[in-house]
Design a protein around this ligand. Sequence first.
Ligand code: PGA
Length: 270
Amino acid sequence: MEVIIKKDYDEVCAESAAIIQEAWRRKNNLVLGFATGKTPLGLYENLIGLYRQGRIDFAEVVAFNLDEYVGLEESHPQSFAYYLDHYLFRHVNIRKENIFRLSGRPADIDEHCRAYERKIQDSGGIDIQILGIGKNGHIAFNEPGSSLSSRTRLKILTRETVLANRPFFQDEKEVPWFCLTMGIGTIIETKMALLLASGKDKAGITARAIEGPVTASVPASALQLHPQAKFVIDEAAASGLTNRDYYCWAYENKDRALDPLKIISPKTRN
Ligand code: PGA
């Protein structure tokens, strides 16, 4: 696990975009998993900026959406399909046929979820999965209690989520109660998990995810089992961490690890 602590939200987004851009430089047909929510918006703005400057290109990029509300058409402004199209895809040259989404209205939910998992496998696996973290520790819509080995499936939303969504819908009957979401097992199998967190209200849960025990009660803590998880967080979100100094030290000296035998310890340096 790598914990990268940045001054503020803008730096979190710039750093995360730089990680993606560097990965794209090495592999133009990058397979990216995209999250929704408030937190990744700045990252998507940065990616659009890099695209406009000619520093990243999406022609070969393949996209997978992380989750979706059940019942909503792709064109519904509250759907995650709409969100990603609105905030990212329509601004870059990603090909429509390279965008894979969980449908809000599949004919057969179980088969749709299984097919989504197969599609991820067929694409060679997700290279970088972008994630936010919920205040209750959820990643995607894996709410506390979700199995750490879960796959893409149907989940019921929390009462809080259903109530919080009410103002965004004209008709109460339209408010989704269910979602489809990649599972924690699906997320752990991605090649890199890139979790962004910002703000004081995420400090407690971010500390539990990074430094607490691995538990289904804090789904993001499962990222401790991920072979390459990066938490890119701002000072406010990092304020509950015990080992903050070590994470900063490790990050500052990261380049030295490229050639560790050449390191001269401070003691032996004249
Ligand atoms: P937020 O949501 O980015 O809007 O805080 C994060 C999440 O719930 O995953």
